[in-house]
Design a binder for this molecule. Structure first.
Ligand code: ATP
Ligand code: ZN
Length: 311
């Protein structure tokens, strides 16, 4: 049987979520973590997008905007299924005949699982904006390495009543590919830069070591070593709750993982290292609403000016 969504899981009491819906910033659906965005929410996200471009523009970046789907083969090669099989969304499609269609219609009618008639396609839903970059960078990098500005609508299978934990959300990232010293220095200079970016928006961020939500027993070890080695740092601010802070940005150092997997080499022939700086667009927008209120027209003038929100 298809798991039916209980109305409680969708409308579970969440005062901040309710405030966002009442203000027309988010439009709920019958699936937890999937929302429409109102005009004011989109204006905030557009303002953030422009402000983020300003942050990275002095670095001579290549800009690439990805669709919400990407190559399944590349996700398989990159090791995502080893680390996060529980978060991945796959694209399945019907390739059958009339009889197959009839079976689907009957199964739907009976409220049964009709997934048996669907086949895995060569696509998955993008789990992060930077993934398509690594296979596309196979080969030798220019002498200075590469710096990219990417974004995508991302999917993660983590249904929640918390409006800051969506199943579909936008991620913007800067990605650096180069030799280890260059990549580490780049990641380090992003620490004060990211803190200042959020402070300029009237937020009070905390920078802390973190780990990704790796799957299973083996995942606990991976998470512990990732945190101990300082490979992932998060910028945390009150978003859905004043008590439990939420990560709105992350600074990630992958060392040689993607360079080795996808044969990316520096100009002198060594395996390239990589790092990325990720911005959760909806989470930053929600943190701004938490800090300044549901009516962007009432936000402090400096914040409105930074986000180019109309007077
Ligand atoms: P978390 O620990 O909160 O699950 P993460 O470590 O998996 O986050 P990253 O992979 O670093 O997150 O993703 C980069 C950014 O994308 C996060 O800092 C956050 O702002 C945003 N993000 C991640 N997951 C979600 C989600 N479910 N809903 C909205 N934004 C998200
Ligand atoms: Zn990334």
């Amino acid at each position: 049987m298809i798991a039916t969504i209980s109305p409680v899981s969708v409308t579970e009491a969440h005062p901040f979520r309710q405030a966002l819906v009442d203000a027309g910033l988010l439009f709920p659906s019958d699936v937890p973590g999937v929302y429409g965005r109102g005009a004011a929410m989109e204006a905030i996200v557009a303002g953030l997008d422009a402000a983020i471009s300003g942050l990275g523009s002095d670095d001579g970046t290549s800009v690439i905007r990805f669709p919400p789907v990407m190559s399944r083969a590349m996700i398989e090669r990159g090791g995502y299924l080893r680390s996060f099989p529980h978060l991945l969304g796959t694209v399945h499609c019907f390739e059958g005949d009339d009889a197959g269609q009839e079976r689907i219609l009957q199964q739907v009618e009976r409220g049964e699982d009709w997934g048996g008639e669907q086949r895995l396609t060569d696509l998955v839903l993008a789990p992060a904006a930077c993934y398509p970059i690594y296979p596309a960078s196979a080969g030798t990098l220019p002498a200075a390495g590469r710096l990219l500005d990417v974004s995508a609508y991302c999917f993660r299978h983590e249904a929640s009543p918390d409006p800051a934990r969506m199943q579909a959300f936008r991620m913007r990232e800067f990605v650096r590919l180069a030799d280890p010293a260059t990549v580490e220095a780049w990641r380090d200079q992003w620490q004060p830069r990211a803190l200042q970016f959020l402070r300029d928006l009237g937020l009070d961020p905390r920078l802390a070591p973190a780990n990704d939500p790796f799957f299973g027993r083996g995942g606990r070890l991976l998470a512990a070593s990732q945190a101990a080695d300082g490979l992932k740092l998060e910028l945390l601010v009150p978003t859905s709750s004043d008590v439990k802070l939420t990560a709105v940005m992350s600074l990630n150092y992958h060392r040689e993982h993607f360079g080795e997997t996808f044969a990316i080499r520096t100009a002198d022939g060594a395996i390239a290292h990589s790092a990325c700086t990720a911005f959760g667009m909806e989470r930053i927008a929600l943190a701004l609403v938490r800090a300044h209120g549901v009516e962007p027209g009432d936000w402090p003038a400096e914040v409105r000016a930074r986000l180019r929100l109309a007077a």
